[in-house]
Design a protein around this ligand. Structure first.
Ligand SMILES: Nc1nc2c(ncn2[C@@H]2O[C@H](COP(=O)(O)OP(=O)(O)OP(=O)(O)O)[C@@H](O)[C@H]2O)c(=O)[nH]1
Ligand SMILES: [Mg+2]
Length: 362
């Protein structure tokens, strides 16, 4: 491997030099601020040609593995997307690489910096501490992700009178904007709860806006051989829940609401009252824009949701909005859906898997 070193007064100039000589795919082996005796002030970048064997630890001055290195192209991306932080992180390509990955996967720059800051990455530690700091930053991200399985243990619901049904029954309502995947997710969950955990499941649909909404759900329920009732108002719902006595789990589908239609959200809140011991779960599509996602999370707030279900992760170009959303409004994640196939394309939320989604784009 031929490692070449390039020096310049600023990091930008040094990157420019590498790019000119070695091209945008050149891999950065090390970066260093020059401040020793006899050295100019400025920066030094050691880089190698693309295709050179830089995975060999013996020939790599930093002992880094290739996957932790960055290309000049990536560095230029970072330079343009984050002000000033490059100079502070540049002593260690491993940390820089983590930061770059978070940004490229759509994690908000502000939050990416919070994770690095909490791990102490911005304090100017010597390079040999940086592996530890990288691990700490990853731990910080993991700790932010809270996961919860709504069907594992009953969720405590203050003010519950138990008037509508059995003590150990779990009733879960699925809330979200039109087309986010509520009905499909219910079908997936109903099948999985039945087949994997042998639960007795029932379905209720509170969709008094669309003719035919019930049909989609009924089709799934018929295939599974489980009861499925409509409920147009609170009285219907109480009645349907009574008829579902003896079921372990009742899944409630709701009409898709515009996140801007607060009056309809309020209407739904009046039907799903706290005394019925229903836990609400908010579906957010990872494939939508972040501001839409945030608006939905805020406007559905009055329903006091117990968890997020992130849908359409398969369609999303980047999944950073998951952690951005959690950093804004902290709620646990219960499920992630990953496609249109019923019942396969749903996964219980898992911290490691979510972390992988956040770091998946190289
Ligand atoms: N790619 C992908 N598509 C999904 C996923 N979940 C649901 N869909 C699709 O999204 C579309 C809408 O799904 P529905 O389950 O009908 O959505 P909904 O929230 O019930 O919609 P409304 O009842 O109209 O509010 C369907 O074509 C589903 O197949 C997913 O995880 N990935
Ligand atoms: Mg639906």
């Amino acid at each position: 491997m031929r490692v070449k070193k390039y020096r310049a007064n600023t990091i930008k100039e040094a990157i420019g030099r590498v790019r000119k000589v070695l091209g945008p795919e050149a891999m950065i082996i090390s970066t260093r601020k020059l401040r020793g005796r006899g050295e100019d002030n400025g920066f030094e970048i050691a880089a190698a040609q693309p295709g050179d064997d830089i995975s060999n630890k013996d020939s790599n001055p930093l002992g880094e593995v290739k996957s932790e290195l960055m290309s000049i192209k990536e560095m230029i991306y970072l330079l343009n997307h984050s002000d000033g932080i490059m100079e502070r992180l540049m002593m260690n390509p491993g940390i820089l690489n983590l930061y770059a990955r978070l940004i490229r996967n759509g994690v908000n720059d502000h939050y990416a910096r919070i994770f690095l800051e909490r791990a102490g990455a911005l304090k100017g530690h010597p390079p040999n501490h940086m592996d530890n700091i990288r691990r700490k930053a990853i731990r910080e991200i993991m700790q932010t992700i809270e996961v919860r399985d709504p069907f594992e243990a009953r969720l405590p619901q203050p003010g519950m009178s138990g008037q509508a049904g059995d003590k150990n029954r779990i009733i879960a309502a699925f809330i979200g904007t039109t087309g986010v995947g509520k009905t499909t997710t219910i079908a997936k969950l109903a099948a999985q709860l039945m087949l994997k955990t042998r639960k007795k499941v029932g379905i209720i649909s509170i969709d008094n806006y669309r003719i035919g909404a019930m049909e989609q759900l009924k089709t799934y329920a018929n295939i599974l051989g489980i009861p499925c009732f409509p409920a147009f108002n609170r009285k219907d719902l109480v009645f349907a829940l009574k008829r579902m006595g003896g079921r372990d789990v009742v899944l409630i589908d709701t009409a898709g609401q515009s996140q801007y239609d607060t009056s309809r959200i309020e209407e739904l809140r009046k039907i799903i009252t706290a005394d019925l011991d229903i836990s609400c779960h908010l579906l957010l599509s990872v494939a939508t824009t972040e501001s839409e996602m945030n608006k939905a999370a805020i406007n559905f707030g009055p329903l006091n949701c117990h968890s997020y279900i992130f849908t359409k992760a398969d369609e999303a170009e980047r999944c950073g909005s998951i952690i951005n959303q959690i950093m804004k409004l902290r709620l646990p994640i219960s499920y992630i859906t990953t496609g249109q196939n019923v019942p396969e394309d749903i996964e219980k939320a898992n911290r490691e898997k979510i972390l992988n989604l956040l770091l998946s784009r190289n």
